[in-house]
Design a protein around this ligand. Sequence first.
Ligand code: NAD
Length: 490
Amino acid sequence: MTRDAAAPGLSLPPLQPFVDGRFVVPRAGEAQGLVDPWTGCLLAAVTMTGADEVEAAIRAARHAFDTSDWPHLPPADRGVVLQAIAAGITARMDDFATLEALNGGKPISGARREVEGAVRVFTYYAGAMDKVFGDTIPLGRELLDFTLREPLGVVAQIVPWNFPLLGASWKLAPALAAGCAAILKPAPLTPLSALLLAEVCREAGVPAGILNVLPGGAEVGRRLAEDPRIDGISFTGSTAVGAEVMRLAASSIKRVALELGGKNASVVFADADMAKAAASAVASGFGNAGQSCSARSRLLVERRAIPAFSSAFAEAAARLRTGPALDPKTSLGPLISAAHRNAVDRNVALAREAGAHLVIGGAMPAGEGFFYPPTILGEVGPDNPAFRAEIFGPVCSITPFETEAEAIALANDSEYGLNGSVWCRDIGRALRVARAMRTGMVAVNGLPSASKTSVFAPFGGYKRSGIGRELGLHAMDFYCEIKNVTVDLG
Ligand code: NAD
């Protein structure tokens, strides 16, 4: 592999499936080259998972869950292993951050924040499971009734390419805390950090079979979704594929959690702090080059504030800097692939044909790497395709509104319902709008830093943005069964 050229000193695990506690050479899996989005050059070659290794991983996970002590350990003992995973990630912080930067097209500063986020997730769930317990239900003198929380069983976890390590950690940490056995499938474009995580988990004491990592694409995902030996599947990705996963899982009545797409709105009233609203719009809309389900790409702005907001937004966006991946001053990276960049550019062209005007950006740059400039589209009405499509690139639109009722109607005029934000000094109005938004998450006048919120609070969406919640103690609901025990005291 070419890792030494890309990042000297980087130490990597074998780039092949991790099954039953070891890295295995697939019988029929093919080597796939991973392209560095910063340069368009080959970064590494990973041997993808074949049908035999999917079968071996399901058998290993089933066997480990059904016969090992792991599901029955005192939760605090599993917590010790999760603490060791957090320590293992911290010890290899530079390796993880470099992999996320080069494989995922992320500036190193952002990549490092994501790895720190993964450490926080494992640390949080190390102490979570002994806070999740059952109830006693009063049924009179003759009966004792109580509930037990038991691990769900074998769970499959499918993640997309936009937050490879963080997305995997959000799923894996609560699953391990609950006592489940996991089969993790990273996206085929970004499997490197998940393979390194497998190595860290093994060193931290996760027993063989309790974690399996299968680099691969749709076929591996389909096999996991439909296999009756798997008790639950947690999927993050597009709404179309989420629907297919749900259909495949239905044949075995598998529990399903879905974190899907978003087309999130910020509602900006004329009395808002424009500089703060604009800075947040840049961070949310252009962070990770806009490749985020949480990106608030629809800016709904009170008409009389449009000139002030548009210029503050454009000025804040102009402060983003492209540059080398590993330069801490770089703040805007490329898109994940050439094909994805072409799709983003097509969406901008369609928006312009439908009447949007360019405030900034919109032109594909020359040169190496899959870069696309921060792009703001003005005068985007609800009939414009840019108002509805999840473009998943650094493209935001501005839509004017006149009244509070119109703002709410526009915000809710989407098949998605992941998150939203409202910017307004009138706190009564801000809370009315926040309540009226049909989204799983709403921010009022911005968010504090991710370290203060994201691990502890439930994350997920209404409507076609998904089913279920990740993070916080809410995530444990997916990974636990509830058993009711009734005792006749007579
Ligand atoms: P995708 O749906 O194409 O792929 C996601 C994962 O599913 C990948 O691992 C892929 O290999 C796998 N997959 C593809 N086809 C499959 C099939 N038929 N059966 C089972 N697995 C299959 O999504 P993507 O393009 O990788 O990621 C972008 C999408 O993910 C966007 O829509 C984005 O909004 C969404 N996303 C949502 C969240 C959230 O938390 N709501 C977070 C990140 C990304």
